[in-house]
Design a protein around this ligand. Structure first.
Ligand code: NOJ
Ligand code: CA
Length: 538
């Protein structure tokens, strides 16, 4: 299946609506606020936005627990406000992708309330209920004793997120498990299609699918998921060929082959992403993703390993066969902040890699200015240790950071210590700021197809437990050579690329030198440095 053209040079910006910009002084971000910041998103060079869920919800999981799929949460505005946001984004050449929470609803959803009833009704089989209230009857995660209905419901994540039924690929217990093609199951499948249709008709450009791999039960190799997502993608291709499906699955070879356009390489799928950024050393307080003795490649101590990641990327690219894209994001609302344990200069090195890697990059709001994780916060809306990465956007250096006019005590979350704050306003003024460096990187990526989704990826100097990492992106007669040295030590790497002596330096940070002699090129990189070179061979 083909991908829409626009995806080839897409750079996404992820927005957590609660924390972006509050327009009415209630301390919570909203659509008018987000609309007022569209020019800012455009100024970054991002041409697409992923919005975390913005639908009616009791917010026991920050909106990933939806009570009404067809209605925007009043705290963010109205359906008209969402439509206006999409229209205004489009007017600026920016696509808007919404979050599709396909696998579960909130316990407050009317469908679930109906499903809890003893009397059979339209919604009785919308969720997966075991037979009888005895909990021993299944190994699936269930909640018992919730309603008069004699049965326990399966949950997908928190206790308050009952699992919608998309059927069992192989039915083990016919007493309560329905097969994928059962008419009652097909009703849920249709409901999800209706939800998609509702927002696609409103103008949205596709969906990031929450827990995309969680929908089918009783399968071993994602056989059922493949049928399900292939069906939705075929329908979208026929009716909304410009729209995209992005999965939270984290095994691109599986998800792309099941019909998704993009999949994230993140924490719970394969180990490569984690090996780059998320195995923080002891000096990072309460590092939520500390590896057991392992170290990130992007760390000044220089004890990481780029090989694990690069081999994984090559393997995934090979198995994806060009059918879609992987995404290596700067972070998201489920992680610590990439800033943790890193300086702003170190982040320039990280972003040089992220914005030249293959696939479709995602920038998590605030990462462009190096917002830090805010420590010591009480869990908010089911955030737990994710809460510190969901704090309000720091727009300026005033008391309230330009986020809201409310009292700070009424903010969705506190802004964090003054001493560790960064801001858009201060970085706007500095041509060497992380913000402006990130803008230049994104502009380069968007300008040259070799750096986009179609460009080939070849390692040039990638060795076990060795720095720097040097790789090539290539399309036609155009090549880019990218070198990054996140370690604090000066290092060298040798490689061979034809025409390197005519290479043009596109962007760099720290001190880095390219030395070319007959046949071989050497990059001498000071500690914390990175560079992107462009070579055109006629
Ligand atoms: C993944 C989402 O990213 C996360 O924030 C949420 O808590 C779970 N899915 C459950 O929907
Ligand atoms: Ca508000």
């Amino acid at each position: 299946m083909s991908n829409p053209e626009w995806l080839k040079n897409a750079v996404f910006y992820e927005i957590y609506p609660q924390s972006f910009c509050d327009s009415n002084g209630d301390g919570i971000g909203d659509f008018p606020g987000m609309t007022s910041k569209l020019d800012y998103v455009k100024s970054l060079g991002c041409n697409a936005i992923w919005l975390n869920p913005c639908f009616e919800s009791p917010f026991q999981d920050a909106g990933y627990d939806i009570s009404n799929y067809y209605k925007v949460a009043p705290r963010y505005g109205t359906n008209e406000d969402l439509k206006h946001y999409i229209d205004e984004a489009h007017a600026r050449g920016i696509r808007v992708v919404l979050d599709l929470v396909a696998g579960h609803t909130s316990i407050e959803c009317d469908w679930f309330k109906q499903s809890c009833k003893v009397e059979r009704n339209k919604y009785s089989d919308y969720y997966i209920w075991t037979k009888g209230w005895d909990r021993a009857s299944t190994n699936y995660r269930t909640i018992n004793g919730y309603s008069d209905r004699s049965g326990n419901f399966l949950i997908n994540f928190f206790y308050c997120q009952p699992e919608l039924t998309y059927g069992f690929y192989a039915v083990e217990d016919p007493e309560w498990q329905l097969p994928m093609d059962h008419p009652e199951v097909m009703k849920v499948r249709e409901e999800l299609r209706n939800i998609m249709k509702f927002y696609l008709d409103m103008g949205c450009d596709g969906f990031r699918v929450d827990m995309a791999a969680s929908l089918i039960r009783g399968e071993k190799q994602y056989e059922g998921l493949k049928i399900l997502w292939h069906d939705y993608r075929t329908w979208m291709n026929e009716n909304y060929p410009e729209a995209v499906l992005i999965s939270e699955w984290s095994i691109p070879e599986k998800s792309i082959n099941a019909g998704f356009n993009v999949d994230f390489l993140v924490h719970f799928g394969l180990p490569g992403y984690t090996s780059l950024f998320r195995q923080e050393p002891e000096r990072v307080p309460n590092s939520p993703y500390a590896g057991q003795g392992k170290r990130s490649f992007f760390d000044r101590d220089g004890k990481g390993d780029a090989e694990l990641f690069v081999n994984e990327v090559l393997d995934q690219l090979d198995k994806m066969q060009g059918k879609g894209y992987m995404s290596i994001p700067t972070g998201n609302h489920d992680f610590g902040r990439i800033r943790q344990g890193r300086t702003l200069e170190e982040l320039k090195v990280v972003y040089t890699a992220i914005f030249t890697f293959p696939g479709v990059p995602f920038l998590y709001y605030g990462d462009e200015i190096g917002m830090d994780y805010v420590y010591g916060l009480k869990s908010k809306e089911g955030g737990y240790n994710r809460t510190g990465a969901r704090t309000p956007m720091l727009w300026d250096d005033t008391e309230k950071a330009g986020f809201s006019t409310a009292d700070e005590k009424d903010f969705y979350l506190p802004l964090g210590e003054k001493s560790s704050r960064v801001s858009v306003a201060s970085q706007e003024k500095d041509p060497n700021s992380l913000l402006n460096f990130t803008r230049r990187l994104i502009a380069i990526r968007r300008k040259y197809a070799a750096l986009g989704g179609e460009g080939e990826f070849h390692p040039l100097f990638v060795r076990k437990n060795t720095y720097p990492m040097i790789f090539e992106r290539k399309l036609g007669n155009e090549r880019f050579v990218v070198a990054v040295n996140p370690s604090a030590q000066p290092v060298k790497g040798e490689f061979g690329v034809p025409g390197m002596e005519n290479a043009k330096l596109m962007i760099s940070c720290g001190k880095i030198n390219l030395i070319c002699s007959s046949g071989a090129s050497v990059i001498e990189a000071d500690g914390i440095s990175a560079a992107v070179y462009r070579v055109v061979n006629d």
